[in-house]
Ligand binder design. Structure first.
Ligand code: ATP
Length: 250
């Protein structure tokens, strides 16, 4: 099933056009990887999917982004509600300077949940889903900032899951992590896709090849090609994709 449908999307930072006529569909319960050289517009595109670009001054968008058939740029859209449905995890783990427990309950409390038992359950379920529960279950009241980088990133994933999103956007979630933490998060994403739809920006082509079902290749703000990941890496249709994945540039 198609969850996100982007049509003729253009994005301008002031006079500079960063995205040109993007058309892309994202399937449910799959991992879609966005790859391409630095500055090609991957992060900009990712931010358009939950309106994170709203907070950047002088940004203009044309075209449409539909999530579950709803145009997310229509004036009636409740942006806070939208971001509850479409969670985001960033490149550098950014836990709040609070306890592990309070990091997870922050979102649910913001949305009005106060029942202690329900909050406890959310903490346990989210940490289990993010494969962190066993490591932290006895130190839930300790500061999140005391965790390792890889644990902090899994905590940020758990925090995103705590408000029960339908879609997870991830902007290079492992680029600041060591290989063991990266492997743990990749394994985690494989498991999460049974429940969530995931769109991930990655600089690491092997990572895209390992974990994603579909891969979209961006170059200079243009979506050059999107296809099954195996096709993109073994038999791309466009010469520019082939040049990039074989390391001829970027
Ligand atoms: N907040 C901003 N204001 C103005 N221009 C921006 C802003 N963010 C990005 N850009 C420009 O838009 C273009 C695309 O940048 P973007 O960060 O989306 O690329 P990227 O592919 O994610 O790059 P990287 O892999 O280096 O993170 C670049 O030319 C960049 O300079």
């Amino acid at each position: 099933m198609r969850v996100i449908s982007v049509r003729e999307l253009n994005l301008f930072y002031g006079k500079q056009q960063a995205l040109h006529d993007i058309n892309l569909d994202v399937d449910s319960h799959a991992i879609t990887a966005l790859i391409g050289p630095s500055g090609c517009g991957k992060s900009t595109f990712l931010r358009t999917l939950n309106r994170m670009n709203d907070s950047i001054a002088h940004t203009k968008i044309t075209g449409s982004v539909k999530v579950f058939d709803e145009d997310i740029y229509s004036p009636q859209v409740d942006v806070e509600g939208l971001r509850k449905r479409i969670g985001m995890v960033f490149q550098h783990p950014n836990p709040f300077p609070k306890s592990i427990y309070d990091n997870i309950t922050y979102g649910p409390k913001l949305h009005g949940l106060t029942d202690r038992d329900q909050l406890d359950e959310i903490v346990e379920n989210s940490l289990k889903a993010a494969a962190l529960w066993e490591e932290v279950k006895d130190v839930l009241k300790k500061p999140a900032t005391g965790l390792s980088g890889g644990q902090q990133q899994r905590l940020c994933i758990a925090r995103a899951l705590a408000v029960q999103p339908q879609i997870l956007l991830m902007d290079e979630p492992t680029s600041a992590l060591d290989p063991i933490s990266t492997a743990k998060i990749e394994e985690l994403l494989e498991n999460l896709k049974a429940t969530y739809t995931i769109v991930i920006v990655t600089h690491n082509m092997q990572q895209a090849a390992r974990i994603s079902d579909k891969t979209a290749f961006f170059l200079n703000g243009v979506l050059v090609e999107v296809d099954e990941t195996s096709t993109i890496f073994q038999n791309p249709a466009d010469k520019r994709t082939e040049d990039y994945i074989t390391g001829r540039f970027g």
